[in-house]
Design a binder for this molecule. Structure first.
Ligand SMILES: [Cu+2]
Length: 209
């Protein structure tokens, strides 16, 4: 019974993370539609110009995940949205399994153990885990599942971090940030790192121009 409650809580936490992104997209599209329908031709033109102007200001970042033999095993894309960051993760050539995935607090990926990237990105001084009442860390993210073909994909939306420079929870803070894959799953509660085990892959988060 207790397991069931934990599984349901995790499910809900993950659903909230992804549903948030979808809802935002829908709302944005809905508003654009409404504006386009209700305005005169001239107004429509202005709206379109404004929309394309906003699109050119998109802030993006990427991280290339490499294992401790230096082999590339995936990519992570970050896109700033109005209320948070959309993260798209793609991994390949990995053993089937479930892996903890986090943002860590230094932009360093020194092999072999990746200790150089420090602990979790935690600008608000929280404890670890979505199920932790005093959590989560800003850098806590859902586990990534790798299928029998060695591929995994995950899309997450989170408002706990930003790509906007100068803000307290910016991924472009001084010294940078990195993504880490661990050898096992995050239990979403054990402080400070969710018992994910050794760090098996790392990628420095870099701004894209
Ligand atoms: Cu981690």
């Amino acid at each position: 019974m207790r397991n069931l409650i934990i599984i349901m809580s995790i499910g809900f936490a993950l659903y909230s993370l992804t549903a948030y992104g979808k809802e935002e997209t829908r709302q944005m599209m809905g508003n654009k539609d409404m504006m386009m329908k209700s305005g005169s031709m001239k107004e429509q033109h202005t709206i379109m110009e404004h929309t394309s102007m906003m699109e050119t200001e998109t802030i993006e970042a990427k991280a290339q995940l490499r294992n401790n033999k230096g082999i590339e095993i995936g990519n992570v894309m970050f896109t700033q949205k109005d209320n948070g960051v959309e993260i798209n993760v793609e991994v390949n050539n990995m053993p089937q399994g479930v892996y903890a995935f986090h943002i860590h607090e230094n932009g360093l990926c020194d092999t072999p153990d990746y200790k150089s990237c420090g602990g979790h990105f935690n600008p608000f001084g929280k404890k670890h885990g979505f199920l932790n009442q005093e959590g989560p860390h800003a850098g806590d993210l859902p586990n990534i599942e790798v299928n029998s073909n060695g591929k995994g994909y995950m899309r997450v939306m989170t408002s706990r971090m930003t790509l906007r420079k100068g803000e307290m929870n910016s991924l472009f803070k001084e010294g940078g940030t990195a993504v880490i894959l661990h050898q096992g799953p995050d239990d979403y509660i054990s402080d400070p790192a969710g018992h994910g085990g050794a760090r098996i892959a790392c990628g420095i988060i870099e701004e894209m121009n």
